[in-house]
Structures are given as structure tokens and as C-alpha cells.
Design a protein around this ligand. Sequence first.
Ligand SMILES: Cc1ncc(COP(=O)(O)O)c(C=O)c1O
Length: 348
Amino acid sequence: MHIDTLSTPCVLVDIDRVKANIGRAQTYANTHGFALRPHIKTHKIPAFARLQVEAGARGITCQKLGEAEVMADAGLDDILISYNLVGIDKLTRLAALARRVRLTVAADSPYTVAGYNDIARAADVSFDVLIECDTGGGRCGVQTPEDALTLAATLGGGARFAGLMTYPAAGKTAEMAAWIDRALAVFSAASVPVGTVSAGGTPDLWRAHTTPGLTEYRPGTYVYMDRSQVAAGAATMADCALTVLATVVSKPRPDRAIIDAGTKSLTSDLLGMEGFGHVPACPQAIVSGLSEEHGILRAEHGLPEIGARLRIVPNHACVVSNMFDHVYLVSGDRVLDCIPVAARGRVS
Ligand SMILES: Cc1ncc(COP(=O)(O)O)c(C=O)c1O
């Protein structure tokens, strides 16, 4: 089957590029002696998680319990949920999951730790806990290495302290490395072993080896890559595995063409760039605007005619994954399969 037979808009995933991206990152991690724990929020597809583990990944990372439950159902058995799980509903599900897989969760507050300690005791389960550290990313995380040590000391019973976790801001590897270095000194002075030091983020994936003490890295977007990763220098357009296939449905002026992919396909993420995607077949075109179901392509000349079908590299592949029930696996222009995005929409 050729991609021209597919109804648009739809998502194409080039399996050859996926395999190359997985292999390249795993080889890099192996070369530098740290583990990979890929973040599946990018693809949300168990078969791709299995490919990552078969290539050598230690396990997987999920952002949400719902994603982790889908992956556990599919047989993935070593899962980090890189999120503070708060509330009895989540803790009850956490306990159920801890009985099925080797589970690790994140905590950055006494509130979260108390919930983990209580559920481990009440449900008689054990799981690992990483203290999340704000090493410059400005999102979750304890603010100092001393706070990390104090919080780690409050874990007990089945909720076991297993190490440190951080999600640094893109381009801030050096700051993160300095923070981790100080933290390891603080833990060492207190004679508290730190088993895992986990960082993540595709923009700085290829700099991961410059952080002494790092034991694992959690890249997510690397599996597909996207326009933002090309802009960050982490990939080339030739590495981008996920594209949105769209059709030109209107050409009101020579310098404006309208495609059938809007925010519900490409998402409204700009991530600091101009335009909402890259059109390899018409590189001079800018995807200058989107409404829900329309995308506006602008170029002085050479815009495609009505009926033309275009592959668009989105700015942010992970959120595109969350918009579609299925993706088409392709090799070049050949459609190989149609597979469900099983963990799509599992945001709780
Ligand atoms: C905690 C955490 N780890 C890892 C990642 C993976 O980042 P990237 O998709 O840039 O590889 C993310 C992305 O949101 C994240 O939030």
C-alpha cells in the first residue's frame, strides 16, 4: 500500500528511522557507560517500548500512571514514573502497579513522601523512590542537595530511597552536572548511597556523558525527533521519523495554500520557532498559521496545488502522538501497518 491511499490528515511513522534513532542513542549510552530509560510519552506505543528495551534500554519512563498501566499490560516490567503521585486514587493504583512490575516513582516534597510511605505500609508493597531535584529546570524538584538528603531520610519501609532524578532545562547540562556533583558529595558525607542518578531530555542527549555520576538517561523525543530537536542541534531532518500527512484543500492566492491539518493535528506548539512545522517537499513554505482544521502555508512562489499531499515534520512530535488514535508505520512511501497509540490520552 502507498501512502497516497491514506485519508488525511494522518500520522506516518518511518520505522527505519525509528530503529536508527533507537540504535544510535543506545550505542552512545553503551559507549559512555550509562543506561537508557526512554520516556514513552513520545510514542505511547508498547511495540516501540519493546523495541527500546530489546535494543538495550534498562526499562522505560512514563509521565503518568495511566501510561504506565498500559505499558505494564503490554508486558513492560521495569517502569519509572517520573512524576509526584498525589492523592489516594493515584496511590491506590500505584500500589496495584507495584505488585505487577519493578516500579520507581519520583518525589520532591514531604507530602508526596508521606503518601508513598503510607501506601507502602497499608498495601504491603515495595517500590523505589527517586528524589526529584531542580537543577535549573525551574519545574518540580527540591531546591538544594541538603533538601534532597533530608527528604531521602524520611522514606522508609516499602518506599525505598533509590537515588536522584532531574529534568534539566535544555542547554543547562553544565549547571545540572555541578548540582549533581554537590549532591553526591552531600550524600557521601552522610554515608547515604545513591544508586541511581537519572537525567533526561533529547536536546542534550548527546552531552549526557559530560555529567560525572550519571547512571541513566531518559530521552523521549529521540525516538521520533522533530523540528524542535533539529533546531536544538540534536538531530537532522533526515532523522525525523514522524510526519503528519496532509492534503492541500484550497489555494486562494498564489502565495497561500491551505492544508487539512490544523491545531488538532499539528498542535499549536511553536517552541520558540517561526511556523508550525517543516514541509520537506516545499522547504520555502512557512506553516504560518493554524486554526483547528486548517493550516496556512505561505511562500512567495512554488506552493503546491490543490490535491497535493504533503508530509509535515511537526514542531513537537510528542503532542502530535497524543492527538491520533492510530499511526501508520511506513518505510519510505510504503505503508506497512496501522497501529494504535495505546497510551494516547492516558493523562491521569
Ligand atoms: C521528567 C522527564 N524526563 C524525560 C523527558 C524526555 O524529554 P525529551 O522528550 O526532550 O527527550 C521529559 C519530557 O517531557 C520529562 O518530563
